[in-house]
Structures are given as structure tokens and as C-alpha cells.
Write a protein that binds this ligand. Structure first.
Ligand SMILES: *Cc1c(COP(=O)(O)O)cnc(C)c1O
Length: 361
């Protein structure tokens, strides 16, 4: 079976050498030495000054909203994983959906201003499939209207934009280190900010608000991660260049075979991207019927791509109704093709043949 993704696994011996050290120390969690080592190595690899390692990428968004003390309406994208929207609602704010650009699949900056009201406090946008948003335009709008910016950068490990890590942008950026992501710690995530007061606040939020074992500053939550998760992260990080290089090669196999076909549209990488991370390969069909026919043909060969992202988040049953025709239409027609470390070129060739045959090429 060929699924849409498979987690990268390091050599078990490597992981065991870390777990052995954890057993020897008897220090399993609460800011242990491996968590510290991972934070340092990630900062160095990503070339960023700060990050806080958390237990998942959903709590990362929730902590970002809390730290910025957002209330009222948050402008957001309908084309993302459900956690982007659910976190807004979980934090008692109201998601206001702004439709996406049909080329990049990211929030359309030209449609943001008309959605701003006196209750708007922030823009929460996803760099979907690792493809950067129009960061400069969004910053200009936010500054003009006094809004905060959070980027859900869950797909963006290793992406650089205009000379620096994409995690450097926004008031806060968040990411996920879930097992299905390009870099992972089994479960995990992180928040990034360049503002010292926000960093301090999020560090407190991560650990119950503890300022010492016997004192607290504000309401916190448990968003810490463990030594075992850090151990997996350290092992995976050791292979990250190999993972990236392989992913690029695989991505180009799909691109070279499927581009220029009239019935298939591919993602347009945003201008200003220095390094795309090749994390996903979305294809958009002309109709949902074509997608379903192709999906069935692939399933018959044991290939199981996923309908990322479907449904469009503005259709969830806990949000206010708002039409987002572009997002709804793309959601119905988009499929993410299998991409994972040990996917072979032969498998990719077969996948492309099945797709092209289903479309009568
Ligand atoms: C994976 C993902 C998340 C959630 O991350 P978890 O670590 O699974 O909680 C949030 N947003 C997007 C866009 C994601 O893909």
C-alpha cells in the first residue's frame, strides 16, 4: 500500500542510545537536557534566535492567540487543516474567512481589508503546503489597521523567504512537529517570535504560569514536551539534509511528469521564496468528478492520496456561514500525491501513469 505519507524513522539503535541516557538520568520531562539540546540544534539549523518547543502544533496556535490577548474577530484562511480554525474558536474568538488565491492556495491579501471591522484583532494565515503567504502585503494591511499577525507555519520546516527562515515572520509563527510532517518529534510543535515580551509570556504559558516552584504569573497550561519526543527530534534532525534532498528529487519527478497538462493545475510557488521545502505535492483537477475517477483508479492500484484540504473550513458546522467560492472549489478538486522518504521513483512513475490514464492522456 502507498499512503499519502509515512513518518520518517531513524535507526532504532540511534533512538535507543538516547532513551538509554534518559533511563540513566531518570529525567523524563520538564525542560530536560534533550529538550534543551533539541531547541539549541533547531535554532542553529534554522538560523533563528528563539523558539519554544511544545507538545503539539495545535496548542502552539492556542498559546499564540493567548499571548497576544486576542479577542473578537480573527481573519483567517478557509484552506488549511482544521486546527487553524478550531484553535480560534477554542480560544473564544470568531473566525472570519477570507477567500484564497487560486494559484498559491493562500489567503488573498486583496480581499482582507473588506473583511476588517472594529472587532477585528488579528490575521491568522497558513502558509499552506509550505508555500509562503504574501507576507509584505499582509504586514502592510495589519500595520495600517493595528492588527496582530500569526502565521500557522505547520508545513514550513526549512522554508526560507526573502533571506531568512519563514518562522521569523508575523508577530508569532507556529509550527507542528507531528509524525506526518517533514521534520517530526512524534508529536510536537513550536512557537517563534522576535519580541522578547511575547517570548517570556509564551514560556510562562507553556508551563502552568510557573515563575518558580512556588510562584505563578497568570493562567498557564501544560504545553511542555518530553525527553522522549526530543530524542526522536534529535534523531530525525540528524537526517534532515538527506530527507530534504530526497523530497526535492521526488517532488521534481511529479512536477516534470505532470506539468503542462491542461486538466491538472499545480501549485504556484510564491515569489520571494528562496528555498521551498518540497513538503507536499498538491494537484488540482478540472472537476471533482475527475478527482473522484482518478482517486478510484489510484485506490485500485493500492495508492491512497489524501484530499488535503477538504472540506473548506468555512463550511464547518461551528462557524458563521460565509461563501468562499475559490476555496470551496479548490477543496473539491485538490489531491495531495504520496510523498515520503522511502517512496521509490518506480512507484511515482506508476502513480503518474495511473493519473494520466484516468484523465485519458
Ligand atoms: C498538522 C497541522 C496542525 C496541527 O498540528 P498538530 O501538531 O497535529 O497539533 C495545524 N495546522 C496545520 C496547517 C497543520 O497541517
Amino acid at each position: 500500500m502507498i499512503p499519502v505519507t509515512k513518518p520518517f524513522l531513524p535507526l532504532i539503535e540511534e533512538y535507543q542510545s538516547y532513551t538509554k541516557s534518559i533511563f540513566q538520568r531518570g529525567w523524563l520531562t520538564n525542560n530536560g537536557p534533550l529538550v534543551n539540546e533539541l531547541e539549541l540544534k533547531l535554532k542553529s539549523y534554522l538560523d533563528i534566535p528563539h523558539l519554544l518547543f511544545l507538545n503539539n502544533g495545535t496548542v502552539a496556535i492556542q498559546i499564540a492567540i493567548k499571548a497576544l490577548e486576542l479577542t473578537g474577530e480573527i481573519i483567517t484562511t478557509p484552506f488549511s487543516y482544521v486546527a487553524t480554525t478550531s484553535s480560534i474558536v477554542w480560544e473564544q474568538c470568531k473566525p472570519i474567512f477570507v477567500d484564497i488565491d487560486p494559484g498559491s492556495f493562500n489567503i488573498d491579501p486583496l480581499k482582507i481589508e473588506e473583511a476588517i471591522t472594529p472587532s477585528t484583532s488579528a490575521i491568522l494565515a497558513t502558509h499552506v503546503f509550505g508555500n509562503p503567504c504574501e507576507i509584505d502585503s499582509i504586514r502592510a494591511i495589519a500595520d495600517k489597521h493595528g492588527l496582530k499577525i500569526i502565521y500557522d507555519a505547520a508545513h514550513c520546516f526549512g522554508t526560507t523567504y526573502k533571506g531568512q527562515s519563514i518562522f521569523m515572520y508575523g508577530d508569532i509563527s507556529t509550527t507542528s512537529f507531528h509524525a506526518t510532517k517533514l521534520f517530526h518529534t512524534t508529536e510536537g510543535g513550536a512557537v517563534f517570535t522576535q519580541r522578547p515580551e511575547l517570548l517570556r509570556k509564551m514560556a510562562l504559558l507553556r508551563n502552568f504560569g510557573h515563575t518558580s516552584p512556588v510562584s505563578f504569573d497568570g493562567v498557564g497550561i501544560n504545553a511542555k514536551n518530553s525527553e522522549f519526543h526530543a530524542a526522536m527530534g534529535l534523531c530525525v534532525l540528524h537526517y534532515i539534509e538527506e530527507i530534504r534532498a530526497k523530497r526535492e528529487k521526488q517532488w521534481l519527478v511529479y512536477k516534470n511528469t505532470l506539468s503542462g497538462k491542461q486538466q491538472i493545475k499545480l501549485m504556484k510557488i510564491t515569489e520571494g521564496t528562496d528555498n521551498y521545502n518540497f513538503s507536499y505535492f498538491p494537484v488540482v483537477f478540472e472537476t471533482e468528478k475527475q478527482l473522484l475517477t482518478t482517486l478510484e483508479a489510484l485506490n485500485l492500484q493500492g495508492v491512497y492520496p489524501r484530499r488535503y484540504f477538504y472540506p473548506s473550513l468555512n463550511t464547518l458546522n461551528y462557524v458563521a456561514k460565509k461563501n468562499c467560492p475559490v476555496s470551496e472549489s479548490i477543496s473539491e478538486r485538490v489531491l495531495c500525491l504520496p510523498l515520503y522518504h522511502d517512496l521509490t521513483t518506480e512507484d511515482q512513475d506508476m502513480i503518474c501513469r495511473v493519473i494520466l490514464r484516468a484523465l485519458n492522456y
